[in-house]
Design a protein around this ligand. Structure first.
Ligand code: FMN
Length: 404
């Protein structure tokens, strides 16, 4: 089974306006194309002052349209054709000037006429100087566009090309890419609350040293992202110190709340927070790698070097087992088993039964920190084996199974 991006074969029309941020769109086009999307670009007259259409034509592999094409006498009504072409339209960067013209319903340019003629969702990414963004005229125009149903992604704060620091920056291209991907993910989990544990925990030997493991949290992150893009309210109990991933804010388009990330250190903390959330969540995925042992009596301060040194360990809370035993009717629990490769099938089967999981995903030790691995998914009815699949693909497969 190969992983197909949600952007595979999607037609995307990008309208670009005359802002310095226009250069970033070249990278966006490449990234969208790499995900399998088909791209067409319309440049405003303002945009043509910044970039020659040839660059967009070369990157997209399609003609890049300008206002010179609007009134061509070639028997086609170009703005109607372009309005029907895409599955989604992105206006990025959107200038204050363009926004004002769209807000009054003008169709005096090719991009404006195309937007008036289209029925597909339109995402608008404004980019401008902070004072221009904060001007009452821009604010009123943005509000009008929101009321018309345009999907406005507010600019971010940062240092702007004009030298000022403030709100008005085009979001990072990775973020725009993620918004477009999320757009095409079927919203199968709207109204559901999903609990996911992720990453390792640490158990302190003294105040500066601890026992931990090599879990990267990647599997949990991709599960959280897939659940979020499918419309779920996600609660991620996270054992790493930082969260080095980009997740776009989708709540300006829909009532999907941004995933709540709870940073924890020890297994006890991961347990306590997961326990408090457990009864509210209909899907609970234990993808975390809590330390199974902890020093029975952690030393105060910093332990001095000495030999021999014996540290007595005790077992930590078995989060997945304890919480799975609290399961009520309709709740689904999903466990993970990291085991030695040659015993994956047997250990997986045993663990699923022992801990009363509805689903269990068994993966070999080599999975830790890797982007791809082999996985065995034990569902309530069958056992499915997957070789060398990516973690995003695993997340998609799992939620597809839950949805069927
Ligand atoms: C160097 C330069 C940078 C500009 N950057 C922006 C910008 O980031 N955002 C914006 O709204 N307007 C910006 N403008 C003003 C627009 O280019 C101008 O309003 C233009 O008419 C917009 O045309 P369009 O809406 O057809 O793209 C800039 C102008 C110049 C000369």
């Amino acid at each position: 089974m190969s992983y197909s991006s949600p952007l595979q074969n999607k037609n995307i029309l990008i309208g670009v306006c005359g802002s310095i941020a226009i250069y970033k769109i070249c990278d966006l086009i490449r990234k969208l194309k790499n995900e399998g999307a088909n791209i067409k670009v319309i440049l405003t007259t303002g945009a043509e002052n910044f970039i020659n259409p040839l660059l967009f034509a070369s990157l997209s592999g399609n003609k890049a349209y300008t206002d010179a094409d609007f009134f061509e006498a070639d028997g086609k009504i170009l703005h109607i054709e372009l309005a029907k072409y895409p599955d989604v339209i992105l206006i990025a960067p959107a200038t204050a000037s363009f926004i004002s013209k769209l807000a009054v319903g003008s169709a005096s340019e090719l991009l404006l006429a195309t937007l008036l003629a289209t029925k597909v969702p339109v995402y608008i990414f404004p980019s401008m100087n902070t004072s221009m963004w904060e001007h009452p005229a821009t604010k009123e125009n943005i509000e009008k566009l929101r009321n018309f149903g345009y999907l406005i992604y507010e600019p971010t704060e940062g240092s702007l090309a004009c030298g000022e620091v403030g709100k008005g920056k085009l979001p990072e291209i990775e973020e725009i890419l993620e918004i477009v991907k999320a757009h095409f993910v079927e919203k199968t989990l709207v109204g559901k609350k999903v609990l996911i544990t992720g990453g390792p925990t640490r158990e302190y030997i003294d105040e500066v040293r601890f026992i931990t493991n090599a879990s990267s949290g990647k599997t949990a992150f991709f599960l959280a992202k897939e659940a979020y893009y499918r419309g779920a309210e996600v609660h991620l109990v996270w054992g790493l110190e930082s969260f080095p991933y980009i997740l776009p804010n989708l709540d300006c388009f829909s009532p999907i709340p941004f995933p709540k990330i709870y940073f924890v250190k020890t297994t006890r903390e991961m347990f306590e927070i997961s326990k408090a959330l457990f009864s509210q969540c209909s899907i609970c995925i234990f993808a975390g790698a809590p330390s199974d042992f902890r020093p029975k009596t952690p030393f105060k301060g910093k332990l001095k070097k000495k030999e021999p040194l014996t540290i007595e360990l005790e077992l930590t809370e078995d989060i997945a087992k304890i919480l799975s035993s609290y399961k009520i009717e309709g709740q689904i629990t999903i466990g993970f088993a990291l085991e030695e490769e040659n015993n994956l099938l047997n250990y997986g089967k045993k663990k699923k039964k022992e801990k009363a999981f509805d689903y269990l995903i068994a993966n070999p030790l080599k999975t830790m920190g890797k982007d791809k691995s082999d996985f065995i998914i034990f569902t309530p009815k069958k056992t499915l084996e997957f070789k060398n699949i990516s973690k995003p693909q695993l997340a998609k497969i799992l939620f597809d199974l839950l949805g069927s």
